[in-house]
Design a protein around this ligand. Structure first.
Ligand code: ATR
Length: 286
C-alpha cells in the first residue's frame, strides 16, 4: 500500500518542537529547569529534556534526533568538542572556541553548531555591571579549560587591550596564546597572583571554589578597588573569590547569569521567541 500525502522523512508536520541537553552524566544540568521556565512563561508548545548520552553514541544520537521531532540540543561535558566535529555548519565563534554548546537541526538535514558561552559571559556583565567596559584595561583570566576559551574569545572581541592568562597546566594557556594572538600574555601558575596587578577585569574560569571541589588558592592582594571580578562558578553563588574581591572594593558579578544568557539564543532558534533573563528566571533555576 502506498500512503498518500506523506511528508518527506525528517520533516515535522504538526509536531511541537522538542529540544534538550546532551551530557554524560546529565542529572545535575539546570538547563531543563531554565528552558522549562521559559516554555511555561511564554505559553509555548514544546518540550526540553535532559538526554544522557555516552560519548560513543553521540554521532548516532545526533543522526536520529532530528527524525524524532527534535529541533536542536545543547551540549555539555564531555560532548562540546566532539559535537563541533560532527556538525555540517559551524559559526566563527564556535570554530574559534573549538567547541559547540548549541546545535540547530535544520530542515534541510544539516546540523548547525554555535557556541554561545562567550555571548552569555558578556551579556551577564552587561546586565549586572552596566558601566563595565572591556577597554578599561587588561583582563586577567584564571584557567585555560573549555569555559576559559569562550571567555578569552569574548573578551578579545569586546576590545580588551591585553588578555592575561594563567593555568595550573601551562601548556593549555600557551595553546590559547598561540591561537588567539599577540594580546594574550601567559603568566606562570606560580605568578598568577601578580597578573592581577593593574587588571581591570578578573575572571575565575577554573572549577576551583565550586561546592565539592578544591578552594581557589591564589593570592588576591593585587586585586584593586573598582576592578570587575566575576566567577564562572555559581554553586555557591557567592564564591570565596567573589567575597574576597568584594572586600577589596571590586565590583562583583556572579556566574549564574552566564548560564542563563548562554541559553537564550538556542531557545530563540528552537521555539521562536527571544526569552528574557530576569529575576524570576534566576529564582526558578536556583
Ligand atoms: P571547563 O569546561 O569547565 O573549563 P575544563 O576544561 O576541565 O572544564 O577546565 C577546568 C579548569 O579548571 C582548568 O583550567 C583546570 O586547570 P588544568 O588545565 O591545569 O587542569 C582548572 N582546575 C581545576 N581544578 C584545579 C585545581 N585544583 N587547581 C588549579 N586549577 C584547577
Amino acid at each position: 500500500m502506498t500512503l498518500q500525502n506523506q511528508e518527506e522523512p525528517g520533516s515535522r508536520p504538526d509536531h511541537a518542537p522538542i529540544a534538550g541537553v546532551i551530557g554524560w552524566p546529565i542529572a545535575h544540568s539546570r538547563s531543563p529547569l531554565l528552558h522549562g521556565h521559559w516554555l511555561k512563561r511564554y505559553e509555548l508548545p514544546g518540550a526540553y529534556i535532559a538526554l544522557p548520552v555516552h560519548p560513543e553514541d553521540l554521532g548516532a544520537v545526533l543522526g536520529i534526533l532530528p527524525r524524532m521531532g527534535f529541533v536542536g540540543v545543547n551540549l555539555t561535558i564531555p560532548h562540546k568538542e566532539a559535537a563541533l566535529k560532527l556538525a555540517d555548519i559551524v559559526t566563527d565563534r564556535a570554530a574559534l572556541i573549538g567547541a559547540a554548546n548549541t546545535l540547530i537541526f535544520r530542515q534541510d538535514g544539516k546540523i548547525h553548531a554555535d557556541n554561545t558561552d562567550g555571548y552569555g559571559f558578556i551579556a551577564n556583565l552587561m546586565q549586572y555591571a552596566p558601566d563595565w567596559r572591556a577597554d578599561q584595561g587588561p583582563a586577567a583570566v584564571i584557567g585555560a579549560g573549555g569555559a576559559a576559551r569562550a571567555v578569552v574569545a569574548s573578551l578579545l572581541e569586546s576590545g580588551v587591550p591585553e588578555l592575561r592568562i594563567s593555568n595550573r597546566t601551562r601548556l593549555r594557556a600557551d595553546q590559547i596564546k598561540s591561537e588567539f594572538g599577540a594580546k594574550v600574555v601567559v603568566y606562570d601558575w606560580a605568578q598568577a597572583g601578580n597578573m592581577l596587578e593593574g587588571s581591570r577585569t578578573v575572571v575565575n574560569a577554573t572549577s576551583m571554589g565550586m561546592a565539592g571541589k578544591s578552594p581557589l588558592k591564589l593570592p588576591l592582594e593585587a586585586l584593586s578597588a573598582g576592578t570587575l571580578a566575576t566567577d564562572l562558578v555559581y554553586t555557591p553563588l557567592m564564591t570565596d573569590f567573589l567575597k574576597q574581591a568584594e572586600r577589596r572594593g571590586c565590583e562583583i558579578v556572579d556566574g549564574l547569569g552566564m548560564l542563563l544568557h548562554q541559553a537564550a539564543p538556542g531557545f530563540e532558534r528552537w521555539f521562536g521567541i527571544r526569552p528574557e533573563v530576569d529575576d524570576a528566571l534566576r529564582e526558578a533555576v536556583l
